[in-house]
Design a binder for this molecule. Structure first.
Ligand code: 5AD
Ligand code: SF4
Length: 445
């Protein structure tokens, strides 16, 4: 049987799809790149904004035609949207065979067996912590980068930011055991992986037992994990996403600065630069505290680059609040930012707030911040020109296969002409000759 898996949303979803693919491959299924070639279509979905849900619903809707032509086709939705509105999806789309929520993904092989025998719609939306231990398999997905792998170290979230549906659809935060993560990393590296990205909705809360109070100075199980991973020979790079700002205490910051495999790029979700909006968002830091953390990180790693998540048009966001966010962007000088228009999510406190911001204003604010980001990244990328960068080679570039691409530790894409012996997964030195806001170009040295 051939399975096609389409993933929407964040890296955690990509990791889940990959674990599912690995599990299915072990059972004799083959993973295919084309939906037309598949006997089973699985959509791994996202609920974080309405648009993500709409996209997936639209896509699964279109599959009705394919199913008419191929009645034996099995179609399923898994992940956050399944968890959020799974039973409604089954009612609205009779051509849909199953929905599996985030807590029972590991049961997918059983679900497929049972549907093959008895074509009844199936819904699995309960479950919880089990998924953490049973989802350890890895699989090289057709579109994934070789030599790079994701490891999920925490799942779920206890923070309850007032706009966010994640705690609702992914449940309470749970961490894996440190030894478990290290042995998964060792196995991946033995199989050729050179860069590991640690994942968690609140990754730096790893090992804190779900306590939402930021840890006191001197306590950071996440830093201990990084120390252990840094010891793995043949592993070149360690990245992680997404950390909540308050978890960067001195211990973690000093550890980041001292471990040579930890990349000098930090994704530091800001959400808003206005203290009043941060409070309404239930984010437990102020703009000043955020800047203090960014400054400390910069002291520990002078070449560090920052990326962030920002929401514009949160309920009650005034021009003044928005300007505070704009000012923060200027102060921090992000190299990348994911700027989102606030999207009300049923069941979250912010969706009930009465002072919703009109769509037009959200659009305008979004454009202003995108422009700011472009200018900042352009100016910063210019400073790389004439420098020599260590680049992890990813392979032929998407636009022009004759040129190759890779990334610096600071997460900059570098395009260069390969030498005959240039290999994927190796570190090379590239002299940067020119730059745009998104890319650095250079020559092997
Ligand atoms: N509307 C818009 N953006 C959101 N995010 C989370 N929930 C919402 C929402 N309701 C954004 C946050 C988060 C990122 C993953 O998605 O910025 O950091
Ligand atoms: Fe959502 Fe906040 Fe948890 Fe991030 S920290 S997943 S934004 S609730």
């Amino acid at each position: 049987m051939k399975v096609f898996i389409k993933t929407y949303g964040c890296q955690m979803n990509e990791r889940d799809s990959e674990a599912i693919a690995g599990m299915l491959a072990e059972q004799g299924y083959s993973i295919v790149e084309q939906e037309n070639a598949a006997d089973i279509l699985i959509f791994n979905t996202c609920s974080v904004r309405e648009q993500a849900e709409r996209k997936a619903v639209g896509k699964v809707g279109i599959m009705k035609k394919l199913k008419k032509k191929k009645p034996a086709l099995i179609i399923g939705i898994m992940g956050c949207m399944a968890q959020n509105i799974g039973d409604k999806l089954l009612r609205d789309m009779p051509h849909l065979d199953f929905v599996i929520g985030t807590g029972q993904l590991h049961k997918l092989p059983e679900v497929l067996n049972s549907i093959s025998e008895d074509r009844k719609q199936l819904s699995l939306l309960g479950g919880g912590g089990e998924v953490l231990t049973s989802m350890g398999t890895h699989h090289q997905m057709p579109d994934a980068k070789k030599y790079q792998a994701y490891i999920a170290v925490t799942r779920g979230c206890n923070r309850f930011c007032s706009y966010c549906i994640v705690p609702q659809v992914r449940g309470r935060e749970i961490s894996r055991e440190i030894d478990d993560v290290v042995s998964e990393a060792r196995e991946l590296v033995a199989g050729g992986v050179r860069e590991i990205m640690l994942l968690g909705q609140n990754v730096a809360a790893f090992g804190l037992g779900g306590d939402t109070r930021p840890p006191p100075d001197g306590v950071s199980p996440f830093a201990c994990l990084l120390v252990e991973l840094n010891k793995i020979e043949e592993l070149y790079r360690i990245r992680f996403v997404s950390p909540y700002p308050s978890y960067f205490n001195d211990k973690l910051i000093n550890t980041l600065g001292s471990l040579h495999k930890v990349c000098h790029h930090v994704h530091l979700p800001l959400q808003s630069g206005s203290d009043c909006i941060l409070k309404k968002m239930n984010r437990q830091y102020t703009a000043e505290k955020y800047l203090e953390i960014a400054d400390k990180l910069r002291k520990a790693m002078p070449d560090v680059t920052f990326s962030t998540d920002i929401i514009v048009g949160f309920p009650g966001e005034t021009d003044e609040d928005f300007n505070a966010t704009h000012e923060m962007m200027k102060k921090v000088g992000y190299d990348n930012a994911f700027i989102f228009k606030y999207s009300p999510r049923t069941g979250t406190p912010a969706a009930e707030m009465t002072d919703q911001v009109p769509q037009k204003i959200k659009e305008e604010r979004n454009q202003i911040l995108l422009k700011e980001l472009g200018e900042c990244a352009l100016a910063h990328n210019k400073t790389y020109v004439n420098s020599i960068q260590e680049v992890l080679v990813e392979g032929p570039s998407r636009r022009n296969a004759k040129r190759w691409s890779g990334k610096t530790g600071t997460f900059k894409v570098v395009i260069f002409d390969p030498a005959p012996d240039t290999e994927q997964g190796k570190l090379v030195k590239v002299k940067i000759t020119r730059s745009t806001s998104a890319t650095l170009f250079g020559e092997l040295t």
